[in-house]
Design a protein around this ligand. Structure first.
Ligand code: NAP
Length: 250
């Protein structure tokens, strides 16, 4: 009988959840998913999971050896650059194959008004140049540059309620988890008289509706470009990731 192989899925995204469920159907493969532990109530993947950091690239390399991990798929968020760099280094060191599952980036359509910037800090500066009532969707941990901005009224969307004050001078917080639809995004932006949207270029369908809504309302979108990550084999779909796994299970 063929030996059972063990897959580590680095998660924190909807794709990671869906991948773990699909991979669990493959014979000869057992799966453990890993979450950073940032959200209090994450969607839980099918099968085994662990929560919390590994202790850098060395810690992850040790984990791969100690837990008998044969294969790694990095299905983390495109902006989670540190864990991707650690995973690439750890797999290099422990000689394990690694694949990245990355959603395609969003691209502007011809009449879209996008202002592309490299960092969230730059996005806050650009927001002040392009709007006054700004819809901010960069995530709780990256709101720093939007603090102490009495010149801006901010509609901040978070995945879960913040336990501490956000330090936003003027505005409102809404708590909601995607997927979002364009009609509701248009309603939300209209209700709050939003004149500018700030987003990371996360890609994917679940949160694309804010781009559609901004297009429909003719609003500028400040888009934070993705961070650089190491060159590792990458695919854009779960089907392609499953094919990569199948090729390694024969
Ligand atoms: P990051 O900056 O790339 O990673 C920081 C540290 O967090 C890593 O060095 C690692 O700690 C730990 N870590 C990150 N992802 C992990 C995972 N899946 N399992 C175990 N440890 C993990 O990550 P981040 O941007 O803070 O994102 C954290 C998590 O939230 C990721 O899983 C990501 O998929 C998810 N997420 C991020 C964003 C975003 O915009 N950044 C958006 C949605 C979801 P050690 O060095 O100790 O191993």
């Amino acid at each position: 009988m063929a030996e059972l192989r063990r897959l580590l899925v680095l998660g924190g995204t909807g794709e990671a959840i869906d991948l773990a469920a699909r991979a669990a159907e493959l014979p000869g493969l057992s799966i453990v998913s890993s979450l950073a532990g940032r959200t209090r109530n994450p969607r839980m993947p099918e099968g085994d999971f662990r929560v919390g950091g590994f202790g850098g690239a060395d810690g992850l390399a040790n984990y791969l050896r100690d837990e008998g991990i044969d294969l790694v798929i990095d299905a983390t968020h495109p902006f989670a650059a540190q864990i991707t760099a650690n995973a690439a280094a750890a797999c290099d060191c422990a000689a394990r194959p690694i694949l990245a599952l990355r959603r395609p980036q969003w691209r502007p359509e011809p009449n879209d008004h996008w202002i592309e910037v490299d960092t969230v800090v730059e996005s806050a500066a650009a927001a002040g140049e392009h709007g006054h009532r700004v819809f901010v969707t960069v995530g709780r941990t990256e709101l720093g540059p939007f603090r102490d901005r009495p010149d801006l009224w901010l509609l901040v969307r978070l995945m879960e309620a913040a336990l501490e004050p956000l330090g936003i001078a003027d505005g409102l917080t809404v708590v909601a988890r995607g997927p979002f639809d364009a009609d509701n995004e248009i309603r939300l932006m209209t209700e709050h008289r939003i004149d500018c949207v700030v987003t990371k270029n996360s890609g994917g369908d679940a949160t694309y509706a804010k781009i559609t809504a901004a297009r429909a309302l003719g609003l500028p979108v400040i888009t934070v470009r993705r961070p650089a990550i190491p060159q590792i084999d990458a695919v854009e779909t779960i089907d392609a990731a499953i094919d990569w796994l199948k090729a390694r299970l024969v």
